[in-house]
Design a protein around this ligand. Structure first.
Ligand code: CP
Ligand code: NVA
Length: 299
């Protein structure tokens, strides 16, 4: 059976740890030697495109990237036919899509592994980079606490699954106007992760080892940006909030960031910020995921 990585809970805890170990290998086997990986982006990307293309290169392969508008997913041809076509040329496929259901259709039709490069529900490669960063910064994750502040979105779902499966206490602070969706709560609970939900950030960060932010307006929600800036007032991560957490707390953000919206410039550009370590780890995460999908996964 071909395995795919559409969300962190496609992996068991042991598989996640195996993938992380592969990501941490300094000189992995060049398992893509002479082969390609097809990458399709329906949304903009800086980190994901560059880190994935470089990961393919480091494994001896060749990435071929196209934008969604070039191939016309479900307009020029169906997502299924695109998956079947890319499977003729490539050892793996990566897709960034709006609707999560679309990448599920790609995976169902592909005969090679498919990795989710972000959908409206999930961002698993980001979460793997986040746990690589947390391990580097905190050592063991068991019993440590991470607090996500802001919009309960795709990044939160994958982060909560990954950190919770590795034994962290996971908290989220979001306004009552943007509650954690029931489906997300159910999915996280089904993985055995107990997400603690707060409606104000200060109590949520007390004693946290890491505080995490993402944008308030995700790609595709741009028309809601003004309303969202209003809705998330009071949820900016600033130096006072870091102080409420404690002196050793680190700050994480998947990027891109909007300074003085979800995070103050003083925090993201300050001494507690580890956002560039996270960005670096995106490449290691992509390499680990490809290695696991191509060689490590039980079939
Ligand atoms: N963090 C992240 O996925 O960045 P990009 O959208 O630039 O790829
Ligand atoms: N939640 C953001 C993450 C960007 C990396 C979005 O989906 O746009």
């Amino acid at each position: 059976m071909t395995r795919h990585l559409l969300e962190i809970d496609d992996l068991s805890r042991d598989e996640l740890l195996h993938l992380i170990a592969l990501a941490e290998q300094p000189s992995p086997r060049r398992c893509l030697d002479g082969r390609g990986v097809g990458l399709v982006f329906e949304k903009p990307s800086l980190r994901t495109r560059h880190s994935t293309e470089m990961a393919v290169h480091q494994l001896g392969g060749h990435p071929v990237t196209v934008q969604g508008v070039e191939v016309g997913i479900d307009t020029r041809e169906t997502a299924e036919d695109i998956a079947r076509t890319l499977s003729c040329y490539h050892a793996a496929i990566g897709c960034r899509v709006f609707e999560h259901g679309k990448i599920e259709r790609v995976a169902a039709a592909a005969s090679v592994p498919v990795v989710n490069l972000l959908s409206d529900e999930a961002h698993p490669l980001q979460a793997i980079a986040d746990v690589l960063t947390l391990r580097q910064e905190l050592g063991g994750l068991e019993g440590r606490t991470i607090t996500y502040v802001g919009d309960p979105n795709n990044v939160l779902q994958s982060l909560a699954l990954a950190t919770g499966m590795l034994g962290m206490q996971v908290r989220v602070a979001c306004p009552a106007s943007h509650p954690v969706p029931e489906l997300m709560l159910d999915r996280i609970a089904a993985s055995g992760v107990a997400l603690e939900v707060f409606d104000r950030p200060t109590a949520a960060v007390a004693g946290a080892d890491a505080i995490y932010a993402d944008v308030w307006t995700s790609m595709g929600q741009e028309l809601e940006a003004v309303q969202r800036r209003h809705d998330f007032e009071g949820f900016t991560i600033d130096e006072a909030l870091l102080e409420a957490a404690g002196p050793d707390v680190i700050f994480l953000h998947c990027l891109p960031a909007h300074r003085d919206e979800e995070v103050s410039a003083a925090v993201i550009d300050g001494p507690r910020s580890r956002v560039w370590e996270q960005a670096t780890n995106r490449m290691h995460a992509a390499r680990g995921a490809l290695l696991w999908l191509l060689e490590g996964a039980a079939r």
